[in-house]
Ligand binder design. Structure first.
Ligand code: AMP
Length: 386
C-alpha cells in the first residue's frame, strides 16, 4: 500500500459514520474542494445531509463498507466502534492512512490502559475484572469509591458503575454480562482537560491548545480554552500526548482525555482517535480547526497552524436546551451557534454547540450562565461543588 499517496481536492473522502463529527469533517473538506461519501444507516444523518454520496447501511455491513471504499480515494471514520472484520478488510483492501492499531486499542479499555502505560504515560490505578469476586478481591487495594467500566462499548458514562460502598458491588452483575471490565480508582480530580493533536504520515505532529472540560451527568457540558492550569501541568499533558502520538505513529487527529489532580498529577482517562467534542472550539478560535487538520493529515497535506486566535468557551446544546436556544439565538449576535441537523431533540442528545469567543473566559462563562439556557447544568455544577 502506498502510504505516501496525496489526496487532492476533487477526490473523494469516505467517512464511516454520519454523525456530527463526520458532518463537521465534511464541511471542512468541502471548503477545501473534496467530495464526501458517507456510510450510515440513516438516510438523513447529520453528515449525509452535507455529503455528495450516501451509502445507507449498518456500520458493520461489509458489503456497504466495500461500496463506500469503491467510490472513495481515502477512508476515515468518525467513531471508534468499527466492526473488527470490517476494519481488517478496510486496512487490507482500501486506503486508510490512520491504520487500525490505535483504533483497535481505543475500542477496548483493557488494551487501552496497558498501551498508554507502555507509551510512558500514567493512568489511574486499575484492575481487570471478570467476575464479582474479582471486585471484592481488589476493592481493598483500590479503595472506595471506584468506577467499574465495561472494556468495550461505553461512552458518555454508559456502561459504568460507581461503587461507593460495599453494598454497591452486587449491582455490578449487569455490567459484567457485557464481558470483562476495568475497575478504576476514583480520581478526585481538580479539572478534566484534553489534548487534541494530529499526526501525519511523515511523522509531523501538531498540538491544539489544551481545553478544560466540564462534564455534567458524564456528558461534556462546557469547554474552556485556554485551560486554566499551571505551566507544569500543561507541559506534562503535552508531553504525554506527544509520547502517545509517537508510540502509535499517529496519523490523523487524536483526543487524549485527562484528569488533573490538586498536586498537578496528570492521568490519562481515555483516547479517541478522531476529532472530539472538546475540540469544537477550534472551528472559530484556532487558525486551523481540528476537522481541517484531520482532513489535511489523511490527505497527506502539510498540517496547518493550531495557534489560538482568541480564548473561547464552547457549550453543548442537548435536546433539552434546543428550544431555549432557538428563542434566544437572534439576541446572541456574538455567539457562534452550530446545529447538526438532527430532527428529534431527545433528552441528552447532542443537537449542536455554541462557541463564544472572548478576551477572558470568565466573561463568556458568565454570559452563558446569564442566558439561563443551561440552568439545569449550572444547578448541577453548583450541587457537585457542595
Ligand atoms: P469516560 O466514559 O471514561 O470518559 O467517563 C466519563 C466521565 O466520568 C469522565 O469524564 C469523568 O468525569 C468521570 N470519570 C470516569 N472515570 C473516572 C475516574 N476514575 N475518576 C473520577 N471520575 C471519573
Amino acid at each position: 500500500m502506498n502510504l505516501s499517496k496525496i489526496i487532492l481536492p476533487g477526490q473523494t473522502i469516505g467517512i464511516i459514520g454520519g454523525g456530527q463529527l463526520g458532518r463537521m469533517m465534511s464541511l471542512s473538506a468541502k471548503a477545501m474542494g473534496y467530495r464526501i461519501a458517507v456510510l450510515d444507516p440513516d438516510g438523513d444523518s447529520p453528515c449525509g445531509q452535507v455529503a455528495d454520496y450516501k451509502i445507507i447501511g449498518a456500520y458493520g455491513d461489509l458489503d456497504a463498507i466495500k461500496e463506500l471504499a469503491k467510490i472513495s480515494d481515502v477512508l476515515t471514520y468518525e467513531f471508534e466502534n468499527i466492526d473488527a472484520q470490517a476494519l481488517d478488510w478496510l486496512t487490507q483492501k482500501a486506503f486508510v492512512p490512520q491504520g487500525k492499531r490505535l483504533l483497535e486499542v481505543s475500542q477496548n479499555r483493557i488494551k487501552e490502559k496497558a498501551e498508554i502505560e507502555k507509551a510512558g504515560a500514567k493512568v489511574a490505578p486499575y484492575k481487570v475484572i471478570t467476575n464479582i469476586q474479582d471486585i471484592y478481591d481488589n476493592m481493598r487495594e483500590l479503595g472506595f469509591p471506584a468506577v467499574l467500566k465495561t472494556a468495550r462499548g461505553g461512552y458518555d458514562g454508559k456502561g459504568q458503575l460507581v461503587i461507593k460502598k460495599e453494598e454497591d458491588i452486587s449491582l455490578a452483575t449487569e455490567l459484567l454480562h457485557y464481558g470483562p471490565c476495568v475497575l478504576e480508582k476514583w480520581v478526585s480530580f481538580k479539572q478534566e482537560i484534553s489534548v487534541i493533536l494530529t499526526g501525519t504520515q511523515d511523522g509531523e505532529v501538531a498540538v491544539f491548545p489544551i481545553s478544560e472540560n466540564i462534564h455534567v451527568d458524564n456528558i461534556l457540558h462546557q469547554t474552556i480554552v485556554p485551560a486554566r492550569i499551571s505551566i507544569h501541568a500543561e507541559e506534562t499533558a503535552i508531553r504525554y500526548a506527544k509520547q502517545l502520538a509517537d508510540y502509535f505513529q499517529l496519523v490523523g487527529t487524536l483526543a487524549v482525555e485527562m484528569f488533573l489532580t490538586e498536586d498537578d498529577e496528570v492521568y490519562i482517562n481515555e483516547l479517541a482517535p478522531r476529532p472530539h467534542n472538546s475540540g469544537h472550539y477550534s472551528i472559530e478560535a484556532c487558525e486551523t480547526s481540528q476537522f481541517e487538520q484531520h482532513i489535511r493529515a489523511i490527505c497527506h497535506l502539510p498540517l496547518g497552524s493550531t495557534r489560538l486566535l482568541k480564548p473561547a468557551v464552547m457549550v453543548n446544546i442537548l435536546g433539552e436546551h434546543q428550544s431555549k436556544i432557538l428563542e434566544k439565538e437572534a439576541l446572541m449576535k456574538d455567539w457562534k451557534v452550530h446545529f447538526y441537523g438532527k430532527t428529534i431533540p431527545k433528552q441528552k442528545r447532542k443537537m449542536g454547540h455554541v462557541t463564544i469567543l472572548c478576551d477572558l473566559p470568565e466573561i463568556a462563562i458568565e454570559e452563558a450562565e446569564k442566558s439561563r439556557i443551561w440552568k439545569d447544568k449550572v444547578e448541577k455544577m453548583l450541587e457537585a461543588k457542595k
